[in-house]
Design a protein around this ligand. Sequence first.
Ligand code: NDP
Length: 257
Amino acid sequence: MKKNVKELFDLTGKTAIVTGGSRGIGKEMAEALAEAGANVMICARRQEWLDATVSEFESRGFNTASRLCDVTEPENVQAVVDEAAATFGSVDILVNNAGISWGSMPQEMPLEQWQKVIGVNLTGCFLFAQAAGREMLKKNSGSIINIASVAGLTSSANGPFYAGYVASKAGLIGLTRELAASWGRRGIRVNAIAPGFFHSRLADSVIDIYERSIQESNMIPRIGIEGELKGITVFLASDASSYITGQTIAVDGGMTA
Ligand code: NDP
């Protein structure tokens, strides 16, 4: 039966996993999915931020679960997917959001930092897609949203200089296409969001340096504000985007247009 527009965006009864959902933009996206009706499982490495976010979500009446997890550890990843499926009955949506960065000129980049960034931002997303994908394949249905970055689409001679981060995000955009191609005929859609700059623990030091140039040259001349990633997240997670897969959508005030 044809759905009306509110039904298209409705996530009631669906279960979403949001990696790095304890703070920053992952928390905002988890909140958006819960507001649209989804059960949410959030995971991260540090208990204190997880607990604070779970309490806040529960006080708002959201169905929430959480688990400590390092996305680079396959057993941790599998445990999150298993617990989400056991608690809520299925895994329908995965938001691969956990991410880190390391700023350094390429000639000085420590190999250890390069590997850490690639490990979390790229391999971690693959491991989660693999584990959640197996769950989604059981019912031939699911939506995976990878959080890339404008850093995966463009670079600037004015910096920020963060080769590992850029490589991880460009890689994630490629992985998004490849997973979409691999699973499109099995009912799983895979898309990416490429945010511009949003205030967070990760981004604030870079924003301090670049806010002025964003004000001077962005089509929408400001940093992204809280709430501006909610719509795209619910859109890509829901049936409202049922014919969209393999795409990367920039939410950047026109920075990459
Ligand atoms: P934050 O640092 O505020 O949040 C990062 C989240 O990821 C935290 O919940 C953190 O929790 C978790 N995390 C980090 N490493 C791991 C790990 N190994 N395993 C599990 N969880 C982990 O950053 P943002 O909210 O800014 O960033 C979120 C995502 O958005 C990243 O992928 C980032 O690249 C991307 N992004 C952000 C932009 C921005 O302007 N803010 C712009 C473009 C992209 P804990 O430390 O407890 O593990």
